[in-house]
Ligand binder design. Structure first.
Ligand code: GLU
Length: 331
């Protein structure tokens, strides 16, 4: 008889653990059901793997903090360092799932599968999507072929890479897309198919380490818009930001006044990353902005939320702006 792989599920909260007073109402509270209740709601999960659950936190992911993320990454590293555990699943709210996914993608130090999942409908809803998402996530975490693929996110039958995915719809179960460079694969009722590997460096190939780290440098995101007030940058810096990600318009643009202020701050050693508020496409160097002169960094494929995570990890060490730019092309 085939021995089943061992998969640990770490539950952090979110809608997958949410409940509502009725099965057809929109209002609900995230993070109410515990891990045992979630596992019990998934038929035949025991045929995929020997599943073990840990309640790690129980928050809506709008309340996910870097303290929880750092502890989560360390817990995953400890679990995967043991011989017994073959893969880990993390359940998480969808609001900030892409941030935690990208953070873990850069800080987990194992080739073993790590898969995140969640739900758009609370556990008590008619047609709740959580149980099948969890079933599919366990199937991927139990699959030896998911090794060395970085952190994967399984939602609505799709397997996304942490670098690529983004939430695109506030309520639909088909909310996550990988718009710039596509899916890693699909998983249909536990049947896993891969199309390609991850697109950038990750996990075992990542140079970022959380050893001895309990907090990260402050990096703010400023949303560019018509007639943007440049003093938002002063406010961030006055409050301790070491880096600023501009969610720029179009190809990472900002108005002249903000550009001038950003260049002045870059001259004083604040790292300025130009990303975009546009949901798809890359931000490229020296198009309408003279990045070389101003010593700006472009986010390339990373959206503002993920550019912020990368910059926070990058700033744990002293680096030149050219070195930081290279890291944005590698991760
Ligand atoms: N705010 C909730 C969360 O992120 C809702 C999103 C969800 O989980 O689907 O936890």
């Amino acid at each position: 008889m085939k021995t089943l792989p061992n998969v640990t599920i770490l539950a952090t909260g979110g809608t997958i653990a949410g409940t509502a007073p009725s099965s057809t109402q929109a209002g609900y509270t995230s993070g109410k059901i515990n891990i045992d209740g979630m596992i019990q709601a998934v038929p035949n999960i025991e045929k995929l793997a020997r599943v073990d659950g840990e309640q790690f936190s129980n928050v809506g992911s709008q309340d996910m903090s870097f303290e929880i993320m750092i502890n989560l990454s360390c817990r995953i590293n400890a679990l995967l360092a043991t011989k017994k555990i073959n893969g880990v699943v993390v359940t998480h709210g969808t609001d900030t799932m892409e941030e935690t996914a990208f953070f873990l993608n850069l800080t987990v130090k194992s080739a073993k599968p790590v898969v995140m999942t969640g739900a758009m409908r609370p556990a008590t809803a008619v047609s709740a999507d959580g149980p099948l998402n969890l079933y599919n996530a366990v199937a991927v975490a139990a699959d030896p072929e998911a090794r060395e693929k970085g952190l994967l996110v399984v939602m609505n039958d799709r397997i996304h890479g942490a670098h690529s995915l983004t939430k695109t719809n506030t309520t639909s179960v088909e909310t996550f897309l990988s718009p710039v460079n596509g899916l890693i694969g699909t998983v249909i009722y536990g049947a896993v198919k891969y199309y390609r590997g991850p697109f950038r460096q990750h996990t075992v190939f990542s140079e970022f380490s959380l050893e001895g780290i309990t907090a990260l440098p402050r990096v703010d995101i400023l949303y560019a818009c018509a007639d943007m007030p440049p003093d938002l940058i002063d406010c961030s810096v006055a409050n301790g930001a070491k880096g600023i990600v501009i969610a720029g318009d179009g190809n990472g643009n900002m108005n002249e006044a903000t550009l001038k202020k950003a260049a002045q701050m870059a001259g004083q050693g604040i790292f300025i990353v130009r990303s975009s508020r546009v949901p798809t496409g890359t931000v490229s160097r020296n198009v309408e902005v003279d990045d070389d002169t101003h010593q700006f960094i472009v986010s390339d494929e990373l959206n503002p939320a993920k550019a912020r995570i990368l910059l926070m990890l990058v700033l744990l060490k002293n680096r030149s702006f050219q070195q930081v730019q290279e890291l944005f092309y590698s991760y």
